[in-house]
Structures are given as structure tokens and as C-alpha cells.
Design a protein around this ligand. Structure first.
Ligand SMILES: Cc1cc2nc3c(=O)[nH]c(=O)nc-3n(C[C@H](O)[C@H](O)[C@H](O)COP(=O)(O)OP(=O)(O)OC[C@H]3O[C@@H](n4cnc5c(N)ncnc54)[C@H](O)[C@@H]3O)c2cc1C
Length: 437
């Protein structure tokens, strides 16, 4: 069988490349060994944000009395939360599969191998392709010594299959995945402890964002240890005696139950007791041989592991658009959202930039919404924005305004001429810009 384009991997990188190639009339075969939509749709972005929505509603309902809404006896039906997550994912997947079929791309649901730069082999068949795109993605990276078992020691894939909420969890890593799960589970009243090897939470963020996240974690009673590594995890049948040095005062597991208890030894010498451990400390590109002439896009490219980056790479590969690799937004979901783009303050030489910080609590809309926590921080040089860091409700949307300005070199002075609607969080962008020249 002959095709203009052969794509291995049906995640955001692969399916975007397929749609684009079909738009320009190319014949396309796409191989997917598991589920169309890849990690993003089936085990990443979409399922986590769906569960997060339930967690946020639960927390809002518990705290709604101050808004004049008495919601008594608010309970979590975790089975339903997870069933809804499955429904959302499967609905989107069906639509995506249908759209791919309608586009005229041939979908082969098989494991595929690249033989050479023009040949793919799958289920014993040979596919000759003028061009090959490899978009096989990444997988969780859990150090072998921690004996990942999917039951007590979990990856970000396993946690999506939880049947019941644990009483307690230790999360290794405070990047996007670790922080989002810490927020989800603490909203569901799980006792959460985050262990981060770097000296700050969310180490890839601007240092002031990390500091504010520490405050948010404290308010939400999410415990955390920075500059700390997990050294060892022991699965024990019974809890440690009462004088153990676990930091949690309350019982973490039912002593009468048969459920084992995990003892997590930290590099600080402390031992934590917990029901489960989630490893959220990194993902690695799926193993592959680099073959000359084949294009590697998305997570497997080993660059930025984000769905929107994968999509942009696919569009670029199709020859349709240019994009700027240094203007890829990062977003951490939960309440309040966190987003950033461009330079961080710690990357810049003192005196080489201007900085403006505007508190979200100064915005009328934040009081209307009872979401006053956060700030908008913009860094500029020579009248142009070089970085922005936002903690706020709607931060995921706000950051786009900044990216549009940065990508088009719109000067700060010109941006100030834009009329921002009232009352909105966007007004915070305007107010922040007003302190810059
Ligand atoms: C918990 C979690 C939350 C996330 N949240 C976000 C978020 O909010 N925003 C964001 O931008 N990103 C998020 N990500 C990252 C995002 O999911 C990835 O960056 C994105 O899925 C990468 O897309 P991809 O197409 O490169 O690879 P993938 O989505 O991994 O797709 C690769 C596909 O290739 C298939 N495949 C692999 N090998 C073969 C083979 N030999 N033959 C056939 N098929 C094969 C796989 O089965 C898979 O379906 C999250 C990730 C996780 C784990």
C-alpha cells in the first residue's frame, strides 16, 4: 500500500498532522496501537481537567455559605466523578475518530514500526510512504528502585483508574502534573504531601510564582517538602508506632483494615506514612531509533512536553505555519490557575529589565467571584514584553493576550491603547502595563 504520508501515533501531534495533510489532499495512513487521542485525551490533559472540575465544584459548594448559598451534606461520589471522566473522554474520542475518518485519513489500529525513511510495517503489512512522521509520545518515568506496581506506587496513568479516594497520598514532583493532582485530591479532602527535589515548588516557574504557590498550598493544607528526595518506600502491614516521626498527626489509614501502609523515607531523614504514592516527577520519550528523513514531533521529540506544542510542531511540519518555540505558554490548572510565557525574573540580569506586578485583589471582578488570590507580573525591556507570570482565575486565557502581543512585537505603549472590558481579569493586564514604560 502506498501513501503520501505515514504517521505513527494518534495523539495531538499525530492527528493534527493527519488533518493538515488531508486538507492539502495528501493520502494519509495513521497508526495507533492504543487509543486515538493519545495521552492528552486518554490519560493526560482532558481526564485530569475533568476530575479537577468536579473537585472545584465540591470545594466551592463546601464554601458557598459566604455567598449566600447553604449547601448542606455535600458529598463526593467518587465513582460518579470517575465515570463522568470516562464519559467525557470517550465522547471526545468518538468525535475525533469520526472526524479523522471523515477527513479521509486511513486509521490502522496496530502497533507500527519504521523500517526505513519510506517504509512502515504493521501487523505484517508493509506501507510505503513518501514521508513518515513519528509521533509516538512519552511515558511516565519512575525510577526502577521504587517498584512501580500501579496499586500503591502509581504513575499519572494509574491514578486515573483509582476506584476509591485514598485517605492520604504522597506526590513526588511539583511540576504541572504533581501540582494539579495535589490540588484535585486536597479539594477532595485527601491528606496530601508533595515532595520536590528542587528548592522551590513548581521549579520551572518564575520564583515569585513558586513562592505564591507555597502560600496557596499552606492555605489549602497541602504539605510539602522542597530540596527533598524520596529515598525509599516500604509497604508495611501496620502503621508505625505513635512516636514515629511522621509529620501527620492524624491516623493515615484504618488500623483495623488490611490495607497496607506505605512508609516513605525522605532524604531529610523524615518518614511519612501514606496510603499511596504518585510519581509525577517526569516523563520520557518512548524508546525509538532515530532514522534519517523521518520527522519526530510531539513529546517524542524530547523538547516541550505539552499538547499545544505537539500541535504546533505538527502544523509546522505540514508547512502551514511558522511558530515561535520560545513563546509556548505553560498553564497549571486548579484554583487559582497559573500561567506564564517568556523570560522568568531569575533568568534576567538585575537592572536589565522593568517589572510590574499587579495584585488580583485590586480587581473588582475578583471580589465579585470571591477569587482574590494572585497577581499578574509582566517583565519588559525596551518597551516590549519579555515575560509574563500570572496567578489568577482565568490565567489560562489571560496569558494568550500577552503571547499575541509578544509574538507581534506590540509595544507596551501601544497595548495601553487597547480598551479592556470592565469588570474583567483582563483589566489586570492593563493596570500592570500602566506601570511599565
Ligand atoms: C497527567 C497529564 C496531564 C497533562 N496535562 C496537560 C495539559 O493540561 N496541557 C498540555 O498541553 N499537555 C498536558 N499533558 C501533556 C500532553 O498530554 C502531551 O504533551 C501530549 O499528549 C503529547 O502529544 P503526542 O501526540 O506527542 O503524544 P501522545 O499523546 O503520547 O500520543 C502518542 C500516541 O502514539 C501511540 N503509539 C506509540 N507507539 C506506537 C507505535 N509503535 N505504533 C502505533 N502507535 C503508537 C500511543 O499509543 C499514543 O496514543 C499532560 C500529560 C499528562 C500525563
Amino acid at each position: 500500500m502506498k501513501f503520501d504520508l505515514g504517521i505513527i501515533g494518534g495523539g495531538p501531534a499525530g492527528y493534527t498532522a493527519a488533518f493538515q495533510a488531508r486538507k492539502s489532499g495528501k493520502t494519509v495512513v495513521l497508526f495507533e496501537k492504543d487509543l486515538i487521542g493519545g495521552v492528552c485525551l486518554n490519560r493526560g490533559c482532558i481526564p485530569t481537567k475533568t476530575i479537577l472540575h468536579s473537585a472545584e465544584i465540591f470545594e466551592e459548594m463546601k464554601n458557598s455559605a459566604s455567598l449566600g448559598i447553604e449547601a448542606s451534606d455535600v458529598k463526593i461520589d467518587f465513582e460518579k466523578v470517575m465515570a463522568r471522566k470516562d464519559e467525557v473522554v470517550s465522547k471526545i474520542r468518538k468525535n475525533l475518530e469520526l472526524a479523522l475518518k471523515n477527513s479521509g485519513a486511513i486509521i490502522v489500529k496496530e502497533f507500527a514500526q519504521i523500517v526505513d525513511s519510506k517504509t512502515i510495517k504493521a501487523a505484517g503489512e508493509i506501507y510505503e510512504c513518501e514521508k513518515i512522521i513519528c509521533a509516538i509520545g512519552s511515558e511516565p518515568a519512575i525510577p526502577a528502585e521504587f517498584r512501580h506496581d500501579g496499586k500503591f506506587i502509581l504513575s499519572s496513568d494509574d491514578i486515573l483508574n483509582l476506584k476509591t479516594l485514598p485517605k492520604s497520598i504522597v506526590i513526588a514532583g511539583s511540576g504541572a502534573i504533581g501540582t494539579e493532582w495535589a490540588r484535585i485530591l486536597s479539594s477532595f479532602t485527601v491528606d496530601v504531601t508533595v515532595v520536590e527535589a528542587a528548592e522551590r515548588l513548581l521549579p520551572s516557574a518564575d520564583f515569585e510564582v513558586s513562592k505564591r504557590l507555597e502560600r496557596i498550598f499552606k492555605t489549602k493544607k497541602i504539605k510539602f517538602h522542597t530540596s527533598t528526595m524520596i529515598q525509599n518506600i516500604e509497604i508495611a502491614k501496620t502503621p508505625a508506632p505513635a512516636d514515629n516521626n511522621s509529620e501527620s498527626g492524624k491516623p493515615l489509614a484504618d488500623e483495623k483494615s488490611e490495607s497496607p501502609i506505605l512508609r516513605v523515607k525522605l532524604s531529610s531523614g523524615e518518614t511519612l506514612q501514606t496510603d499511596i504514592v504518585l510519581f509525577a516527577a517526569g516523563r520520557k520519550p518512548l524508546e525509538h531509533k532515530k532514522i534519517d528523513g523521518v520527522k519526530y514531533i510531539g513529546d517524542v521529540s524530547g523538547k516541550i512536553q505539552l499538547a499545544h506544542f505537539a500541535i504546533k510542531q505538527a502544523l509546522f511540519e505540514s508547512g502551514d505555519i511558522q511558530f515561535c518555540e520560545s513563546l509556548i505558554p505553560s498553564v497549571i490548572y486548579g484554583c487559582p490557575e497559573i500561567s506564564w510565557v517568556g523570560k522568568r525574573e531569575q533568568d534576567l540580569e538585575a537592572g536589565s529589565f522593568q517589572k510590574s506586578v499587579y495584585l488580583v485583589s485590586a480587581l473588582g471582578k475578583s471580589h465579585c467571584d470571591n477569587c482574590t488570590d494572585g497577581f499578574i507580573k509582566i517583565l519588559s525591556r525596551n518597551g516590549l514584553i519579555i515575560g509574563a507570570h500570572i496567578i489568577s482565575k482565568e490565567a489560562s486565557a489571560l496569558i494568550q493576550q500577552i503571547i499575541i502581543a509578544m509574538q507581534n512585537n506590540i509595544p507596551v505603549e501601544k497595548l495601553k491603547e487597547v480598551c479592556f472590558a470592565h469588570p474583567t481579569y483582563s483589566e489586570g493586564i492593563f493596570e500592570c502595563l500602566c506601570n511599565l514604560k
